[in-house]
Ligand binder design. Structure first.
Ligand code: ATP
Length: 522
């Protein structure tokens, strides 16, 4: 649980983001939930390709975190938990965002986002100045120098920095009166009604409530879990005892979490129902600094193993910490709308276990045989959103490429290990026994890989479809195949084609899509 306020100015990359969203729909990756009823805001469904990509990301994480660590085990806790869990964890009292209503339009906003949007407008003015200057100076234009010296740009930037710094301070201090004062001073109007008739700023709890039980009188108020971590904390001793785990050890889990986000308009970046992949690592008190550094390094290596560009990641260490943490950092990724949090790594001390001990009245301690004493372990947490990781992978992979013959192709250069379909098999023509051979190849390969058969349209068109779908290999069966049992195999990224024996196909594909080959790069 963390609500940090980081304001990263967004460049105007709307177009690229729109392309990502429409490509995800057109190629069967992500659909708006219940679209025929006009959808539900910030709720999405994964389609036939999306579900495979998502599963492959989850498996890639699980293998690296659980299978490859003999001291980390997994669990699958329920979404429903006893309501006291959320009192103990602090979510009932503190898991909220600042909201404000416009009295005329009756529309609700996140107060901090209104201010952030205001800053984006100033940012757009900077962009305009830069574009104007670039036109004026032509080839001699030095953008960095211009931004660092132009008085008008500097003035705009100073204004943005001043506003965001004040907002950050007020939110950290929970000074909601000042947040409203800032909105009024900046004369921010409701985008819908245009009026500045605002209510006070209030905190809004992000947990979804529901009821358990058959009759209204006896029903118990429950919450849908807003994070998976608490399922791990409450099972800590069960797992430690039954698994005879010795500290340091970890418990990992993937699963749905729910947050009633006030502003949720960044596609699958911020959803109301989403999936987390979390791991709590239980350690001896006093060793947290060492483990924090170790997990920072391990998690970054995991990201880099996918080859999505070192420059696209950065750490953002938190200066101001949540009440339960003694160190925290985010791994940020360069999404189409700028650098944003992808994963959090938190040193959570013994806060959660101690809270659950207090609220449940049960001891949640570890007996250390070497030291011959009991203690409450400290916890190091790594927490990544599966959907955010999906968006990182998908948006990074989508590109338009200029080809030599002055045409362009749309290609989804997904890391081959994550691609939903590993190979597509085509008969060159729909006759002369070629479809039969292609289907035989499919029958053989499908034991090891997800494969796809396509005989419609010219081969060039079929290649383009698979490029846009992210399929790393295309295999074409032609008349020569009938004579010498060879096929052509085409690589998505290089578009190189090679003639190989059918019997070699499995090894060629495996070498490029095997999880081991990729994780070994860590
Ligand atoms: P943010 O500041 O972006 O709201 P957070 O700091 O509240 O995120 P955590 O509570 O640390 O997030 O959750 C861990 C991870 O879960 C995040 O790094 C992110 O990848 C993912 N996550 C959190 N909220 C959402 C959401 N609404 N939709 C999709 N993924 C989310």
């Amino acid at each position: 649980m963390e609500r940090f306020y980081i304001f990263v100015a967004m460049a105007n990359q709307d177009d690229q983001f729109k392309k990502v969203i429409s490509h995800a729909k057109e190629y069967g990756y992500v659909f708006q939930s219940s679209e025929i009823y006009d959808g539900l805001s910030a709720v999405y469904d994964y389609a036939q390709n999306g579900v495979e990509l998502k599963k492959n990301i989850r498996d890639y994480w699980w293998k690296a975190m659980v299978q490859m660590h003999d001291n980390i085990v997994g669990i699958d806790a329920s979404i429903f938990m006893h309501p006291t869990t959320w009192k103990a964890s602090g979510h009932v009292d503190a898991f909220s965002d600042p909201l404000i209503d416009n009295k005329d339009s009756k529309k609700r906003y996140r107060a901090d986002v209104l201010v952030e949007d205001y800053c984006l407008k100033i940012e757009a003015k900077i962009d305009k100045e830069v574009k104007k200057a670039a036109k004026r100076f032509g080839d001699a234009f030095n953008k960095d120098e211009f931004i660092a010296t132009n008085p008008r740009v500097l003035g705009y930037q100073e204004k943005i920095d001043g506003i965001l710094s004040r907002l950050g301070k007020s939110l950290e201090a929970e000074d909601l009166v000042d947040v409203k004062a800032l909105i009024e001073e900046l004369e921010i109007a409701c985008p819908l009604s245009g009026s500045r008739n605002w209510t006070d700023v209030k905190q809004f709890n992000l947990m979804f409530g529901t009821k358990l039980g058959a009759s209204a009188e006896t029903a118990m108020d429950l919450y849908l879990r807003p994070e998976t971590a608490q399922g791990i904390f409450v099972n800590f001793l069960n797992v430690q005892k039954t698994g005879r785990m010795k500290i340091p050890f970890g418990i990992a889990q993937t699963g749905k979490a729910f947050r009633n986000e006030i502003v949720a308009r960044q596609f699958i970046f911020r959803m109301r129902e989403f999936e987390q992949m979390e791991m709590q690592f239980f350690i001896k008190p006093g060793t947290q600094k060492e483990w924090f550094d170790k997990w920072k390094e391990t998690r970054m290596k995991w990201h880099l193993s996918l080859g999505m560009g070192e420059d696209n990641y950065r750490f953002h260490d938190h200066e101001k910490l949540a009440h339960y943490a003694d160190a925290a950092t985010d791994i940020e990724f360069k999404f189409p709308f700028g650098f944003k949090e992808l994963e959090g790594i938190h040193s959570r001390t013994d806060f959660d276990l101690k809270q659950h001990e207090e609220f449940s009245g049960k001891k949640l301690q570890y007996f250390d045989h070497e030291e011959n004493k009991s203690y409450t372990p400290y916890v190091l947490e790594t927490s990544i959103g599966l959907d955010r990781m999906f968006l990182a992978v998908f948006s990074n992979a989508l590109m338009e490429e200029e080809l030599e013959n002055n045409t362009t192709r749309t290609v989804l250069k997904l890391p081959a290990v994550l691609a939903p379909v590993k190979a597509a098999v085509f008969p060159l023509v729909k006759k002369d026994g070629l479809p039969e051979v292609a289907k035989e190849i499919i029958e053989d390969l499908k034991w090891d890989f997800n494969v796809f058969y396509d005989e419609k349209d010219a081969v060039g068109k079929r290649y383009r479809r698979q490029d846009a779908n992210g399929t790393p290999f295309c295999i074409t069966v032609d008349h020569q195949t009938l004579e010498d049992k060879t096929v052509t195999i085409r690589h998505r990224d290089t578009m190189d084609q090679r003639r190989v024996a059918i019997s070699e196909l499995k090894d060629i594909i495996k070498k490029e899509v095997d999880v081991k080959e990729w994780l070994m790069k860590m």
